[in-house]
Write a protein that binds this ligand. Sequence first.
Ligand code: ADP
Ligand code: MG
Length: 346
Amino acid sequence: MFENKNNRTELNSLGEFGLINHIAQTVKIKNPETIKGIGDDAAVINSGNHHTVVTTDLLVEGIHFDLTYCPLKHLGYKSVVVNISDVYAMNAQPKQITISLALSNRFSLEAIEEFYEGVAMACNRYGVDLIGGDTTSSNSGLLISVTAIGIANADDLVYRNGANDTDLICVTGDLGAAYMGLQLLKREKEVFVANPNMQPEFNGYDYLLERQLKPEAQKQVIEALHDAKIKPTAMMDISDGLASELHHICKQSNVGCRIYEDKLPIDVKTHNLAEEFDFNPTTAALNGGEDYELLFTVPVTTFEVIKNIKDVHIIGHITDAVSGLYLNTTSNQSFEIKAQGWDALK
Ligand code: ADP
Ligand code: MG
């Protein structure tokens, strides 16, 4: 790893996932308790009676959030939810979180209290305990690092690598709304910067703003699948965009997929705003990101049960690996699905 000191490889030539793969290749697992290391929504540790899952996310001011339009209470809530979403994506129950902050004197005690009010709201909503963290100073904006811990029976855990040819592909809720909410916030910020007397025009778009500023994790779908005795073959949460997440599942499961544009769940508000912005709603659904919905696959034999579960939409099916990843459009054309979602290094 420390050879070739004279060569310089630009990180953007690897991209975020190329870099993570590169790091993963240098890691050798030493402990038999480490069941799953780098590569899934959360790591998995054998804790004896049960398995423990651990996941962490770093949110950076100016990259992941903009305090001019993101209230601190919402930010606290969202910081917790995005981590809990990764715990549910393993089919595990979230139990504890830690929160680390790097901040400056720009923040008052009242501001930090507001942030932790949001944290507490999310902790109450999802039944998790805040058990620690770290606090330090920053001279480059606010940094928030949250780690979530959950538990599951070994047999209940769902990884990204279990999808099989002919499995149904399902997503929860609707897609693209958080992305369109962000476009709206950015537009109104520009208007405000140009003329501070102008009031932002958010009428009728509450749903999109909420999806961006205060997302939820898909607790109820995990419970409904459990009640229906359906265990997905593969699962992950949709944080970087459906297209990118399909690539992760197909690559790790060594399969392909075919999804159908007319089956993609897109809210009418997402459609309307996309139209106003002259933006293709399907692109928002495929590449927008920050939906925090679940993407999962189930055996085709579960069809009669899965089709009746609330908030679950069947969008296509798994194929063999050589068939690739394809989208059938409403005009019955077939397009290869490119992973153009969020990439931290591009
Ligand atoms: P998610 O979108 O579900 O949060 P990521 O794409 O952030 O997942 O991460 C994918 C995998 O790579 C996870 O297992 C994560 O723990 C691991 N990972 C990400 N960044 C690093 C890093 N800098 N060092 C080691 N592992 C990492
Ligand atoms: Mg995830």
